[in-house]
Ligand binder design. Structure first.
Ligand SMILES: [Zn+2]
Length: 223
């Protein structure tokens, strides 16, 4: 096992490393330090968010990401342009999907896996502040937290949250300081997205079903 393999494993599930990985951490001082930080971070996330963290963070998500075919930025851009052209054409016949909500779906399809793989250490305190500023809460009944981080989205920094909910996997993008007059929706690529206005910004919710999105919205509001 080399350092890169070790760090990937430690980032995914620092408490469930196999003997080979633990042996590497003992022999390699730099990776030993890295493991300490990863363990500290996991504890910190558990302590500072209400959402339970069951077994390591986002393990299955990242497995899926690793298994998924690599999509280059250029491929993503071309696909995005093709999608925009299709959406534009369809708009003549059907109600047009909102472009910002569509961007939320594209983010999940093309960028989310890479964002998780490239993630810097998560900062739960920063997510807490962003939720406060946006005017939402993230109560435990939302589901299991699988990943938190920040990423660029639609010209701003979004706080990126991946959840496992009763309705399957869902992605939240908290957009503090980005107010919205009305709720925006879109559906594409088998996913649904809604961007809901909140008192201090807005929040994009991307999930498999519009029912799941409605449920998440009601939890965010009732909390
Ligand atoms: Zn190492």
């Amino acid at each position: 096992m080399n350092c890169l393999e070790f760090r990937r494993a430690a980032m995914l599930a620092p408490r469930r490393l196999d003997t080979e990985a633990l042996g590497h951490a003992e022999r390699c001082p730099a990776c030993g330090v890295f493991l300490g930080e990863a363990l500290g971070l996991e504890a910190q996330i558990e302590n500072s968010l209400d959402i339970p963290v069951p077994h390591g963070l986002q393990e299955r998500m990242v497995r899926n990401a690793l298994d998924a075919p690599r999509i280059s930025r250029r491929q993503a851009l071309v696909a995005g342009l093709a999608l925009a052209a299709t959406a534009g054409g369809a708009g003549l016949l059907w109600q047009r999907d909102d472009p910002l909500a569509l961007a939320g779906i594209d983010f999940v399809v093309f960028e989310e896996a890479q964002a998780i793989l490239d993630a810097k250490p998560a900062d739960p305190a920063s997510l807490r502040r962003a939720a406060l500023q946006t005017g939402i809460v993230l109560p435990a009944q939302l589901g299991e937290l699988r990943y938190i981080g920040t990423c660029p989205f639609a010209g701003a920094t979004a706080h990126h949250v991946v959840l496992k909910t009763a309705f399957g996997k869902a992605t939240l993008l908290l957009l503090p300081g980005r107010p919205l007059g009305t709720r925006l929706i879109a559906s594409a690529r088998g996913l649904h997205a809604a961007i809901a206005p909140a008192s201090g910004g807005s929040v994009a919710i991307i999930a498999d079903s519009s029912r799941g999105i409605a449920r998440i919205e009601s939890i965010l509001k009732s909390g």
